[in-house]
Design a protein around this ligand. Sequence first.
Ligand code: FMN
Length: 622
Amino acid sequence: MRQPPVTVLYGSQTGTAQEIAQNIGGRARELGLVAKVAALDEFGLDALTPATVPVLVLVSSSTGDGDPPDNAARFYGQIKKRGQQPDRLKGMTFTVLGLGDSNYTQFCRVPRALRSQVLALGAGEFHPGKDADEVDGLEDVVEAWLDQMLPALKRACLPTVAAEAASEGLKEPVPPEHAASTKPVPLPECRIEVEWLTDRSATQAVLDKEAAGATAEEVGHRDPEGLYSPEQPFHAPLIAARWLTTSAAGDRRVLHCELGVEGSGARTHPGDSLGVKPANPPALVSALAARLGLEASAVFDVRPRPGVATQHLLPHLHTPCSIGHALTESVDIAAPPRKSLLRLLAEHCAGEEARQTLLRWTSRAGRDEYAKEVLEGRPSLLDLLTRFDSRPPLAPLLDALPALVPRLYSIANAAVAQPGKVAMALSIVRFTKACGTEHEGVATTWLERTAAPLLQGSWKGTEGPTPAVPRIPIYFRSGFLQDRRHRLAAAAPGFEAGPSWLFFGCRHPDQDYLYKQELEEFEADGTLSRLSVAFSRQQARKVYVQHLVERHAHELAALLAHPAASIFVCGDGASMATGVNEALARVLTGPGAFASGADWKAGAAALAAMAREGRYVRDIWS
Ligand SMILES: Cc1cc2nc3c(=O)[nH]c(=O)nc-3n(C[C@H](O)[C@H](O)[C@H](O)COP(=O)(O)O)c2cc1C
């Protein structure tokens, strides 16, 4: 009897789930199984049948506010549609690994929904799923789950007749790989072949189309509902830009950009965000193409390798396209390379020592080295190719590189106050890495370059470059305030608004007090009942917003006792949101919790209840 194949499908916004899925595929192959790996949208719901996919492993993250990653959005929308045949997936056996972050209100919403839909359609589980939380650190949890899941996967793949005979030998799970294992991650399977276009006129037509940029039809695209996507964005002109920080703020530079959205049909709300599709820095693109020995103007197409039957393979590549275009617009070349990519580089190193180093970094024993050299050191793909003298071929490289995905920015104004435009504030990311080269944040430096004529005062008219602006709802702080001001002005006579208190944090009043003028106006005209600003670097001791929350614990507790009281937190998820969460939990535990250091579990439960009721909303990033 033929062995059933394993299908590993992933939904991944920033590449973590993709990396884990590739790793599962590789390890399944090492166990002698036939495994294929694809993004959920590459594979497509139509192809998901018990006959084609008898054994399924799903790995997915969530993005936005519990939304599906871009490469899973179509599949997710389809599988959640009502009216599907209830036993469509009967006979399929599956498991789900969810990746999430419990700082988000909708923890693991997408993997959980995928699991319940696949179950509802009649499939059964061969192994219990797992929700892995960034807060606990993904690696240990995922590795422990894999150690248990892989033997179960092998058992699930035994043909039924053979299963009975062999089950004796497999009763004991395959022993977990030892933490100190020096075994490198498996080499990712390359699913594509590259075909170079040699016909001159066909090549020229592709280059001309790329040089012309978005067509009039694309620029003119309007959705009647105001709904846009990375594939069909609304092309918004950049109409204004200014710095929100002074030169005294040193390396902290925050840029305010305004985009025209007149006629888009979009109705943005406080808390919504913008997705902006950036382009990689031109200098990095040319240097990378040169290092790989490729002409930026060479045009290629891709086709699946024999045996790879995936519906929409690498849809982000938009082939046929030029090398320059693919490296600029389609793949993420600036992110720290994942282990599967390092494994590929190791295969194509000139020297054995370099190869061994890279292989070690991908193994469990080399985990600390990987963390130090790659996660902390942040070398780009180019840095590593240069350092290790590696030259991988184009096809596996394109298959291994994550897609260049839109970056999300909270909307910094309110549609009700400023109809027809959306604003965003972004910190420019640029620093020198341990290896000595510069790291440029892809989207922020691209927006800075795009806004340069406005910043230098050399702007003519309002026609400008056209960043893509899909509508992705999450929360934003300043939008909330402007919205409140207008709601108050428009309120019926006698309407009494409750109090509003903003805790705002920055470094120094003269350097990075973002939107100072607007916030002070809000306080003066009563939009805000109270404004408390923490300047972390104005005095010797660091003061952050969570310290102000603690300082005002009694007054805050009284306000939050109101059954309609709401808390909105926006900003850095790594330290601010965690610190504020703890401070608020203490506030809600009751007076004296700060002074006595009492256990604040009761406060944490009260916060969780507020989150469930939509009264504790966090828009955070790290
Ligand atoms: C902008 C953004 C929004 C996120 N939203 C959620 C969410 O709503 N729920 C959740 O559990 N995790 C959320 N996360 C956490 C990711 O799911 C988690 O970091 C995951 O490991 C990312 O995997 P990926 O790289 O495959 O996308 C979010 C992360 C980011 C950056």
